[in-house]
Design a protein around this ligand. Structure first.
Ligand SMILES: CC(C)(COP(=O)(O)OP(=O)(O)OC[C@H]1O[C@@H](n2cnc3c(N)ncnc32)[C@H](O)[C@@H]1OP(=O)(O)O)[C@@H](O)C(=O)NCCC(=O)NCCS
Length: 411
């Protein structure tokens, strides 16, 4: 008998949180301390947590948050999978697999969430459970004095410094105004806003408290930015860095103004941002895009849970009528041939006996779901098969979207 056989899995209780947090801190190489335990505990939903126990010890954990995700043309309930870890003494015995499969079954049984979404600590962990890479992101490591943005750096009259916590009402209003259009954004209730704006020594990592600025237009706020700075000096002078947290703008003037402000902060020489969409307009705003120091990273991973429900719930960029031959390694109900018809105004997805036009697994459909990964690109990687000539290009265009998904906040 292996030790893994002694491990059982049950739903978490509120008083498991301390043990769960210790386990997570160890797995992620963080110091287990009270402030972060409280911040993370404030959004924890024990009834959606699964703990693996060995005797009285918590040796594994996985959970989900109940939030909505913006997808092309719709806002959907999506299980936000998170807080996944297995004790170093119990790794590689299938505990993660047991937890994730149970979690997927629970999500499906709930009947409310056609998809699940997560951020992966390592990209190789989740495809085996059906998750596909749906949104990549850009990170910036820019040299602020090597590039410029159009407009006068002296014109800051429309910007107002705020304490982000105090201005949360204005930030929330802007976010809600824009949310339906921003594929990749997750809903934020009051608890989530407190989480997003949380500020303590651990989160600062040696930088300042979280600063904020609101951009005012004639009819009220049109955008905000939050950031931290970290000062520094060397023999040539100041070397400070600006660590951008979020930049949210309702129009192009506001967007340019907020970035001009961030790039112009005195005594700073570098600017870092980690959660920008791949098609971020900043690339087209600055005089020297190479100096943004962009890198591509993975962002959101999507798992299609209820295939017909998920495919019918989003909108498509162009009219589509395609029969998909889908294999799902976990949900038998998703496996089979499906006819997807739809376009910009809505879609339907029903079982089909017709010959298939495209064949793939639900991993590829998860990857393509937000319009950020093209079916044609997946086909070029050998992961989607075209069975009817011409079907791939048509379906690939339809699954796309006019903007790339924006993975704004890690959770
Ligand atoms: C990732 C983690 C939860 C995996 O737990 P685990 O119980 O060891 O995973 P399992 O034993 O169920 O692994 C299932 C399969 O995935 C593979 N696998 C799991 N984690 C892996 C990793 N990090 N790298 C490569 N392969 C991995 C296993 O080798 C196994 O493959 P096999 O079926 O071919 O043998 C654990 O390593 C951990 O806690 N890591 C640190 C925290 C972390 O990264 N959490 C994920 C947050 S998104």
């Amino acid at each position: 008998m292996t030790m893994g056989d002694d491990v059982s899995i049950r739903v978490a209780a509120a008083d498991d949180w301390d043990a769960i947090h210790r386990l997570l801190s160890m797995a992620f190489h963080d110091v287990a301390e009270d402030e972060m335990r409280q911040v993370e505990g404030s959004v924890y939903e024990p009834e959606r947590g699964l703990v693996a126990t060995n005797g009285s010890a918590v040796v594994g954990h996985a959970a989900a948050y109940t939030r909505e995700l913006t997808v092309p043309g719709a806002i959907l309930p999506a299980a936000h999978v998170t807080l996944v870890s297995v004790a170093p003494t119990h790794r590689r015995r299938g505990i993660l697999s047991r937890m994730i499969r149970r979690q997927l079954d629970d999500i499906a049984a709930g009947g409310r969430e056609p998809i699940a979404v997560l951020w992966a600590s390592e990209g190789r962990i989740y495809p085996r459970y059906g998750y596909g890479l749906a949104a990549q992101r850009l990170t910036l490591s820019a040299k602020t004095r090597e590039l410029a943005l159009p407009g006068s750096p002296r014109d800051k009259s429309e910007l107002r410094l705020v304490d982000p916590g105090q201005a949360v009402g204005e930030l929330t209003k802007l976010y809600e105004q824009l949310r339906a259009e921003r594929v990749g954004w997750s809903s934020r209730d009051d608890r989530w806003w407190r989480f997003v704006l949380a500020d303590n020594a651990t989160l600062r990592r040696g930088a300042t408290e979280l600063h904020g600025v609101v951009h005012d237009g004639p009819d009220g706020p049109t955008g905000y930015a939050t950031w931290r700075t970290k000062g520094g000096w060397d023999d040539t002078g100041p070397t400070g860095r600006v660590q951008v947290h979020e930049v949210v703008a309702a129009d192009p003037e506001t967007y340019a103004s907020l970035w001009r402000f961030l790039f112009g902060i005195d005594l700073a020489r570098t600017l870092h941002a980690t959660y920008l969409p791949v098609d971020d307009p900043l690339t087209h705003l600055v005089t020297e895009p190479r100096q943004l120091g962009t890198k591509l990273q993975d962002g959101l991973w999507i798992r299609i849970v209820d295939l017909p429900g998920a495919l019918a719930a989003r909108r498509y960029a162009a009219e589509v009528d395609v029969v998909l031959d889908v294999t799902d390694g976990h949900f038998e109900a998703n496996t089979g041939r499906w006819r997807l018809t739809g376009g910009p105004d809505g879609a339907a997805c029903v079982p089909s006996g017709d010959p298939a036009d495209l064949a793939c697994t639900s991993v590829e459909l998860g990857a393509a779901y937000l319009g950020g990964t093209s079916l044609a690109s997946l086909a070029a990687a050998g992961r989607v098969r075209e069975l009817t000539p011409g079907a791939l290009n048509r379906a690939s265009l339809a699954f796309g979207w006019h903007r790339m998904p924006a993975p704004l906040q890690i959770f």
